[in-house]
Design a protein around this ligand. Structure first.
Ligand code: F6R
Length: 564
């Protein structure tokens, strides 16, 4: 994970840190910057996110700097393990996203002692060693030969204060240039709209300066993708939390997506899903649950085998030749999914992606990308992107679904109107020691997402289980402090849900029903089942808020999971 950012131009340190803070979704347990000021390199590192950095910086103007937001993989969260790293003679300063898997071997080979436990700390030390014999560019090439693992690395050299250097493998790295600035970043989010962006290939190495961009490749010289940055707006932060804004944005999502899809040709998708023998939906986390829900709905409608796979498990399944693979991702950068796509491509499979960030690693790797078009999601817990995956997936399956936007939007609004009642329920469950979500059929799939969302941001223990399965073991967890929340989108499952919940209440547990079809449910609204998603998201949000959690940046997590 981690975000790296490098800049050459003319800016204030505050503005530089503001750009860096846009990468915080990749990790926010610690951060740091190094910049050249009057021919001295100033290094500042701290625990926590960039707000902590802002408290200790001044607002001088700088011409060159690198910065990093960290999600710890090697070494505890501390200023010493935060980036940039430097060597003893303080010539090179490096920021790194990824993992140098053979760092222990390299430590032995180059006889390196570092105070930092981070794998990244060896990078400037090896550079110091190589620079005695080679040019910087040749040294970068040797680093590529030496490193096993994933990396996007930006390097600042005290003796070349107008140039930044880089190497890249498997972790995203992009360069953007305008008349006055040149920057390098793990994500286009830190570039300005209208700037031309170069997407670096794996094993690229080189340098950037105001004068020139030099890009070499260790193996080949395949062309690099370029595009002009033109991103839709972020959710505006009207509330104290991005997550709440992003949930409220969902009522606008049906019309935004339907409008967009009026201009997209859908015949190829239709032909692919009709002619393939089976459809395999792939994702991680919430995107895997969206994949599972879509697989369920596609199988019902198309009457052919459709199933979902967790991205990191794809290699454990036999690949059948007549399958079509549809991947889902909000960020477009999830390493597990990138690996799954590489694996499937190595078996000559075609990949369709449904993705929020089209200009992303997953977007570039796929044969065809269908956008979510809901703007970037900032809060770590996925809400509007999850909902959009379901909306787009349903619309791609049956294009007439896109004509339902008013009805779907109305359903979402009806669900949002339940917020006062949801707050009351959140008050009750926030003191619970265990919360079950149960459901049958597609409701079980909704409940998986409900449970993940709740534990992710509230840190309460929560499990999801099929309604009928509770009595086969998990009922042992129920006591007077347990809540069991049933999801019901079809009256066919009502009797089974009620009997399961009564088994819970007979043992002292508390029960709640959420439904769009059963008007005696504790939380009932009229309309499409997508409103259920709003309710489970609001339950998670309000429970976490009552428990004073850092909702947009929950502990131990990051928005974009770019490690294995
Ligand atoms: C949960 C959540 C994660 C992501 C998962 C995949 O709220 O956000 O589980 O869904 O990390 O991320 P993307 O969709 O970016 O591939």
């Amino acid at each position: 994970m981690c975000g790296i950012y490098g800049y050459i131009g003319n800016t204030t340190i505050n503005n530089f840190v503001d750009k860096l803070s846009l990468l915080e979704y990749r990790g926010y347990d610690s951060c740091g910057i190094a910049y050249n000021y009057n021919n001295h390199i100033i290094l500042i590192r701290t625990k926590g996110n960039t707000n902590n950095l802002k408290r200790i910086i001044n607002n001088n103007t700088i011409q060159i700097g690198i910065g990093h937001t960290r999600w710890a993989t090697h070494g505890k969260i501390s200023p010493i393990n935060a980036h940039p790293h430097t060597s003893r003679n303080n010539r090179f300063y490096c920021v790194h996203n990824g993992v140098i898997e053979n760092y222990q071997e390299l430590k032995d080979k180059y006889n390196i002692q570092t105070i930092s436990e981070s794998d990244s700390a060896i990078i400037p030390v090896i550079l110091d060693f190589l620079i005695n014999k080679y040019s910087i560019i040749d040294s970068l090439k040797i680093l590529i030969k030496e490193f096993v693992g994933t990396y996007a690395i930006a390097i600042m050299d005290r003796y070349n204060p107008e140039t930044l250097y880089f190497i890249k493998n498997k972790s995203p790295l992009l360069i953007s240039k305008s008349d006055n600035n040149i920057s390098i970043s793990s994500d286009q989010i830190s570039f300005n709209d209208g700037e031309k962006i170069i997407v670096l290939n794996d094993l690229d190495y080189g340098s950037i300066s105001k004068k020139e961009i030099i890009i070499n490749n260790y193996l080949s010289d395949n062309e690099r993708v370029t595009f002009i940055k033109n991103e839709s707006q972020l959710c505006k932060r009207n509330e104290a939390y991005y997550m709440l804004d992003e949930i409220y944005f969902e009522k606008k999502l049906p019309s935004i997506i339907s409008e967009k899809y009026k201009r997209i040709h859908l015949d190829e998708y239709k032909m692919t899903i009709t002619t393939s023998k089976e459809l395999v939906f792939i994702g991680s986390g919430s995107s895997y649950y969206a994949a599972s829900i879509l697989a369920y709905e596609y199988e019902k409608k198309l009457n052919k085998r459709c199933f979902s796979l967790i991205a990191s498990e794809v290699k454990n399944f036999n690949i059948s030749n007549n399958s079509m693979f549809i991947t889902l991702s909000q960020s477009g950068e999830t390493m597990d999914l990138c690996d799954a796509i590489d694996y499937l491509k190595s078996k000559n499979q075609r990949i369709i992606s449904i993705c929020n960030i089209v200009h992303s690693t997953i977007g570039f790797k796929s044969d065809c990308v269908y956008p979510l078009s809901v703007g970037r999601e900032i809060s770590v817990a996925s809400t509007k992107a999850f909902m959009a995956m379901l909306y787009v997936g349903r619309g791609l399956l049956d294009n007439s679904y896109f004509n339902n936007s008013i009805y779907i939007s109305h359903s979402i609004k009806n669900a949002l109107l339940l917020e006062p009642k949801i707050i009351e329920i959140s008050k009750r469950i926030s003191s619970s020691n265990f919360i079950f979500y149960v459901g049958s059929g597609i409701d079980y799939l909704y409940s998986l997402e409900a449970s993940l969302k709740l534990r992710e941001i509230s840190y309460l223990h929560s499990l999801s289980i099929q309604t009928g399965e509770l009595k086969h073991g998990s009922l042992a967890l129920v006591d007077f402090n347990t809540y069991c929340i049933g999801i019901l989108s079809s009256l066919d499952s009502k009797a089974r849900l009620e009997s399961s919940l009564s088994e819970v209440s007979s043992r002292g547990g508390k029960t709640i029903i959420i439904s769009n079809v059963y008007n005696k449910a504790d939380l009932f609204y009229e309309g499409d089942s997508l409103g259920l998603i709003v309710i489970i998201q609001l339950i998670a949000f309000h429970t976490a808020r009552l428990l004073n959690r850092t909702i947009d940046q929950p502990r131990n997590l990051a928005k974009s999971v770019t490690v294995k």
